[in-house]
Ligand binder design. Structure first.
Ligand SMILES: [Zn+2]
Length: 287
């Protein structure tokens, strides 16, 4: 898997310049453990703050930014963040991805494997995508309104709010609308306007297409799966959490290093030391 990725919107700095090209690096043991821990409690998706920190840790460079913070990662769109998570999954665990779906028919319940490749989920084509608009202008019965794609910061701000899903969606939409004169509030817009705005974002291609449909091999029923890249990555890393602990134990035992120092190593380096150790213990040449 290449460790370079071109984001669709990227980061827009104070001068309006775009920063889209990303160099990724594998996560260190600390972030691996944090991500695994964030989902181990309920098996759901990790919280937004953990995601910001994980993304900041895996971005070596973003356009002109050589030091990417959690705040930079939070300012990226949902779509760009999902692409980053997929690319990270690719460099940590490889390109092939097998998902297992259970048939939803009560009489069947058969398991079906869906074989995917991270590179093709990322678009994989030779052509580079044009930069995504920062704003979409939408003609509506309430006038021309400007709407933008939601970012990690938007999702974080709405995640902790009290109230139901509809209330939280209203707060999110208020953040996404460029307030005109007179200011437009989501709740005051006509239902047809709300639909037009929602459809504009849905059709904009800002999100990668991660909805898969497959036929059950036993009964032919159609199975649907929507992939959440962060949940996937976190679950896969959580499965490896016991192994990570064993690796720390092994390196600490033989080299005498502390847990902190071992967790700070990126996975490929940790594995190289383990391989050297194995050769040493088997009395084989080290190189
Ligand atoms: Zn079935």
């Amino acid at each position: 898997m290449p460790s370079e990725l071109l984001l669709h919107r990227g980061l827009v700095d104070a001068t309006g310049a775009r920063h889209r090209r990303v160099s990724l690096r594998p996560l260190g043991g600390h972030e691996e453990a944090a991500l695994a821990e964030a989902v181990s409690l309920d098996g759901g998706a990790p919280d937004e703050r953990t995601v910001h920190e994980v993304l900041a840790a895996c971005i070596e460079r973003l356009g002109g930014y050589r030091h990417v913070t959690a705040e930079h990662a939070a300012a990226l769109t949902r779509g760009d963040r999902q692409r980053l998570a997929l690319a990270l999954r690719g460099i940590m665990l490889g390109d092939p991805l097998v998902l297992t779906l259970r048939c939803s028919s009560a009489a069947c319940g058969e398991l079906a494997d869906l074989e995917l490749h991270v590179s093709s989920l990322l678009g994989g084509g030779a052509t580079e995508p044009d930069p995504e608009p920062q704003w979409w202008a939408v003609e509506t019965p309430d006038g021309v309104l400007h709407v933008r794609a939601p970012t990690g910061a938007d999702d974080e701000a709405c995640a902790g709010l009290p109230g139901g899903t509809a209330q939280r969606a209203g707060v999110l939409w208020d953040r996404l609308l460029d307030v005109g004169d007179p200011p437009a509030a989501w709740a005051d817009l006509a239902p047809v306007t709300q639909q037009l705005l929602a459809r504009t974002l849905a059709d904009s291609g800002t999100l990668p297409d991660l909805l898969f449909v497959s036929a059950c091999p036993a009964c032919g029923a159609l199975l649907e799966l929507e992939l959440d890249p962060f949940q996937l990555l976190a679950r896969e890393l959580a499965l490896g959490a016991d192994r990570l602990l064993a690796e720390v134990h092994c390196l600490a035992f033989h080299y005498g290093w502390g847990e902190e120092a071992i967790l700070a190593l990126p996975r490929p380096r940790r594995w190289r030391y383990l391989e050297l150790l194995r050769r040493q213990l088997e009395s084989r040449p080290l190189t």
